[in-house]
Design a protein around this ligand. Structure first.
Ligand code: ADP
Length: 934
């Protein structure tokens, strides 16, 4: 009930109705109770006062005589009579001096003097004290007779002969009051309970139709139309009932229509889902097929590479061997042509492989310290030897910006490839003039430098409408069958991809009347290595350089190293200047053209300057040099520099001026291999192709290396278990047991744990090379094998005491912590590896996601991905990733995308590092993995 009343706090309609009905009756009943109680209480008090006053007056009247006659008995009787009233506590009679003369009952002690008035009433907590004076009338006996007279005598004029004090108990009146209050409260509660019940009943009756309407609407909302139709309303709500039923009808109708529509749409959706499923299944199959064909393509490429490079290996190897022995001019020309053609074929295969790698997204960049200036010099040097001819004498000028650092960290092989291709093209398509390469800094921050390269030629140029074809695969500007220049049309495509992979851009501008300029940028990292700054030479020279381009290039550099020079146009001018400046001249720098006349004149000048003035000459020659035809010339000059002349070589030549010509110097023996060390070596060569094995033994045996040949992996193991070899040269692709499997088995043999095993592979993909190292081999050489490189590698590895594990550990130390990975899972290798694989498998996709979010500046999603990798990397031993993910996550949370590039790059690099070295992790052998490996 109480609960019910509490729920009736006026929040709902029914509760409001309840309070509207109940509140008036409650207020009326409260007022009525109050009035009843107050009137009854005042009545009770009034009658108590009256009763007490009457008794007091009675005692006063009767005690007058007793006091006058000092009648103690009478006084006692009077008191006795008064005390017979049960509510009288005590009665006292005092004389005029206010001394007690008679007393009955237990009186409270007196507190103050009596008042002079007739009757005084004092109220105490549980009694009333009434005091009254007793007056003496002059003739008490005449009082009845003289009553008339006494009436006119004021009481003041009458004599006070004593006092009466009566104490009347109030407790009985109090009890009556309580009784009455209880009765009224009981009636009040009863009345209100009955009222509440009545009001509840009434409000229920009043609310019933409203509730019904609300219930009906509720059912309508839930779509229970039939239930609504069955509902009945009181007759006075007939109109509402009708409206509700109409509404129900209409809603039911709409609902049916809607259901029909939904059914139709569901059917449509189901059908399109079916077709989507079918499509997605088809797509899945197509994707699988594409992936499979991609895999087959990669496999095919690897095989082709192997199949083509293996015979080429033999062709090149034997060609080089033949070149040493052939003396017949005609035959030598044939062999040179074979070598040249084989090299061209190799270059084409290299291009096709690179292109396929790029297409398959498998081109990974390496990172190493390299000197860009030397690299450009080297590219020029190689290309000038290969591409310049007697008829094609163009100036090749590398212009390296003075402020540009020389050392960088990046993929030097790919930078070389880009430059070789662009400079090679420029030389190929230029008949006269120059090919210049300018390098300068485009922008720079703490971590990376963006370099700007310009390869400028004065060649045939490219018509404007054909420029946009340039970077498309297999496209060449001249597609006619009579085209003058060979090539696959892949060079620029590969170049563009490589540039883009190094976060750069490439563009070209060309004018057939002027030539072409290829501009590109590359992002490289700064290296700790410093430029090799040159001390000023403070020299003076005479320069004979007919080419103005070359002359100004030389002037610029000579200025930098504080070498002053007098430029001459021809030999006569040199001689005349020489006679004037002989004292101040330190050297003559002489450019010689490849024709015989020029070489002869140069020879005369060198002799003249040397003999007459003791001034040394430095020759600058352009390939193909005729110098070889004049061996005596070589012996006369201080130095011979091959054009294009690099700064370093020019500086060295000028700083080490030799007044004793080089031909007369004691010959320095060329740096040779430690043949004694090689003589003691026992090498096992493993290859399924007898021709390759023959070639190997042909190269090794003359150097005193004891070479044993195995024609299969199985045979290699058998031979190795009988005899101990110092080193093994291992082919990778062999029938039955390949090189990697053979290595695995060999490593299990006693004495072969650390024996250097060098792979001879025709496989070109980076991932395969990683696999080769992971299988336990120490190094690899790519076919076709060069004799010198082979011997150098053997030489390196016989003196290398570093074990394979040492090398792997050195690579992995900053990337992966195996101990940590195993500790987390209580040393359970299976689980640790599974967790690691899960993370590593996802990293490639995550990396792309990060790059995508970075490009779209989506900080929140970026944090989400980085946080995910951060979490996972903590439990998989991938310490480097965990560290960089931590940096990146904190950076993103605190600074958002401001300056995030460098941090993100480091993180991505950490991911790539792990993926590149993943195969090298030395997981302890478990039962499972050992069976898989076997
Ligand atoms: P290729 O192997 O045929 O040289 P590239 O991709 O390197 O393939 O070049 C594609 C074509 O672009 C060339 O065949 C040539 O027509 C044109 N080309 C490239 N560089 C130059 C240049 N410096 N001057 C003129 N034409 C050029």
């Amino acid at each position: 009930m109480i609960k019910r009343i509490f729920t009736l706090i006026p929040t709902t309609l029914s509760s409001r109705l309840f309070w509207a009905l109940f509140l008036p009756s409650l207020s009326i009943s409260i007022i009525a109770c109050f009035l009843l109680l107050s009137s009854r209480f005042s009545d009770l008090e009034k009658s108590l006062y009256e009763h007490a006053t009457n008794i007091t007056k009675q005692v006063v009247t009767t005690s007058e005589y007793a006091i006058v006659f000092s009648d103690q008995d009478m006084m006692n009787r009077i008191l006795q009579n008064a005390l017979e009233n049960h509510d009288i506590n005590s009665v006292q009679i005092f004389n005029s001096e206010q001394e007690i003369i008679a007393e009955l009952g237990k009186a409270a002690p007196l507190t103050n003097n009596f008042l002079k008035s007739d009757i005084n009433i004092a109220e105490f907590s549980d009694y009333l004290a009434l005091t009254s004076a007793i007056h003496y009338a002059s003739n008490i006996f005449d009082s009845t007779l003289n009553a008339k007279n006494n009436v006119f005598i004021s009481s003041n004029h009458r004599n006070v002969i004593g006092w009466v004090r009566v104490e009347v108990s109030t407790s009985e009146t109090q009890i009556k009051k309580y009784q009455y209050a209880s009765l009224v409260t009981f009636i009040f509660i009863l009345f209100n309970i009955l009222t509440i019940l009545g009001v509840l009943h009434l409000s229920k009756i009043l609310m019933q139709p409203v509730n019904k309407v609300s219930l009906a609407l509720n059912k309508l909302a839930k779509g229970q139309f039939s239930t609504v139709k069955l509902m009945s309303f009181p007759p006075e709500y007939a109109a509402i009932q009708k409206d509700i039923f109409d509404l129900t009808e209409r809603l039911e109708h709409h609902n049916e229509k809607l259901l029909l529509g939904i059914e139709q749409s569901t059917e449509d959706i189901r059908r399109s889902m079916d077709s989507m499923e079918e499509k997605s299944a088809q797509l899945y199959i197509a994707n699988r097929e594409a992936m499979e064909s991609n895999r087959l393509k990669s496999q095919f490429l690897a095989n082709i590479s192997h199949e083509v490079r293996t015979p080429l290996n033999a062709i090149l190897g034997y060609t080089k061997t033949l070149q040493k022995d052939i003396t017949n001019k005609q035959q030598r020309l044939y062999v040179d042509t074979i070598e040249q053609s084989t090299n061209n074929l190799l270059a084409i295969i290299g291009d096709i492989l690179d292109f396929s790698k790029i297409e398959a997204g498998k081109l990974n960049l390496e990172s190493n310290n390299f000197n860009l200036k030397s690299l450009i010099d080297d590219v020029y040097q190689t290309l000038s030897i290969n591409l310049l001819s007697k008829d094609k004498q163009i100036d090749l000028v590398p212009e390296f910006g003075k402020e540009t650092p020389e050392w960088f960290v990046g993929d030097s092989i790919r930078v070389r490839q880009i430059l070789t291709n662009l400079i090679g093209n420029a030389i190929k398509f230029t008949h006269q003039g120059s090919v210049r390469t300018k390098v300068s800094i485009a922008s720079q921050d703490k971590k990376k430098i963006t370099l700007s390269f310009h390869v400028i030629d004065t060649g045939i140029g490219i018509p404007e409408h054909k420029i946009n074809r340039l970077f498309k695969p297999f496209s060449q500007v001249d597609t006619s069958t009579t085209r003058q220049f060979g090539g696959t049309g892949l060079g620029l495509v590969i170049t563009k991809k490589l540039v883009e992979q190094m976060h750069g851009k490439i563009e070209v501008s060309s004018d057939p009347t002027i030539g072409s300029t290829f501009r590109f940028t590359l992002d490289l990292k700064q290296s700790n290595k410093l430029n090799n700054d040159k001390a000023p030479l403070n020299r003076h020279i005479i320069l004979l350089e007919p080419s103005t381009t070359y002359k100004s290039y030389m002037h610029r550099y000579l200025n930098e190293i504080k070498v002053s020079c007098t430029s001459c146009f021809d030999l006569e001018q040199v001689i005349s200047v020489l006679s004037k400046e002989q004292r101040t001249t330190d050297a003559i720098l002489l450019s010689v053209t490849p024709d015989e006349q020029s070489v002869l004149e140069a020879k005369e000048l060198i002799l003249y300057a040397g003999q007459q003035f003791n001034i040394p000459c430095i020759l600058m020659i352009q390939p193909p040099g005729q110098i070889a035809n004049y061996p005596d010339l070589k012996g006369l000059c201080s130095d011979i520099l091959l054009k294009p002349i690099s700064h370093d070589r020019l500086y060295n030549a000028l700083s080490n001026l030799n007044h004793t010509p080089i031909g007369l110097q004691p010959q320095q023996p060329p740096k040779s291999l430690d043949t004694e060390k090689l003589t003691r070596l026992k090498i096992l060569a493993v290859d399924d192709m007898p021709i390759n094995l023959q070639l190997l033994s042909h190269w090794l045996q003359p150097n005193g290396i004891e070479t044993s040949l195995a024609y299969s992996g199985q045979q290699a193991i058998e031979m190795a278990s009988i005899e101990q070899f110092d080193m093994i040269l291992m082919d990778i692709q062999m029938p039955e047991m390949d090189g990697m499997e053979t290595t695995n088995e060999l490593r299990l043999l006693e004495g072969y744990e650390n024996t250097p095993i060098i792979a001879l592979t025709a496989h070109a993909l980076g991932s395969e090379q990683q696999q080769i190292l992971a299988s336990g081999m120490n190094a690899y050489l790519t076919k076709p094998i060069d004799e010198e490189i082979l011997l150098n590698t053997i030489d390196n590895w016989c003196s290398n005491t570093e074990t394979l594990q040492d090398q792997i550990d050195a690579k992995l130390i900053n990337i992966f912590d195996l101990e940590k990975a195993l500790d987390i899972v209580d040393g359970k290798t299976d689980i640790a590896k599974e967790m690691f694989d899960m993370l590593a498998d996802s990293l490639d996709a995550e990396k792309k996601l990060i790059q995508h979010h970075l490009a779209h500046q989506d900080t929140e999603k970026l944090i989400e991905v980085v946080h995910r990798i951060h979490g996972a990397s903590k439990y998989t031993g991938t310490i480097n990733i965990a560290r960089h993910a931590g940096f990146l996550e904190t950076h993103l949370k605190e600074l958002e995308l401001e300056g995030v590039e460098g941090v993100a790059e480091d993180f991505i690099e950490a991911i790539e590092d792990l993926l590149n070295h993943r195969q090298l992790i030395p997981w302890p052998q478990t039962l499972d993995s050992s069976t898989t490996n076997a």
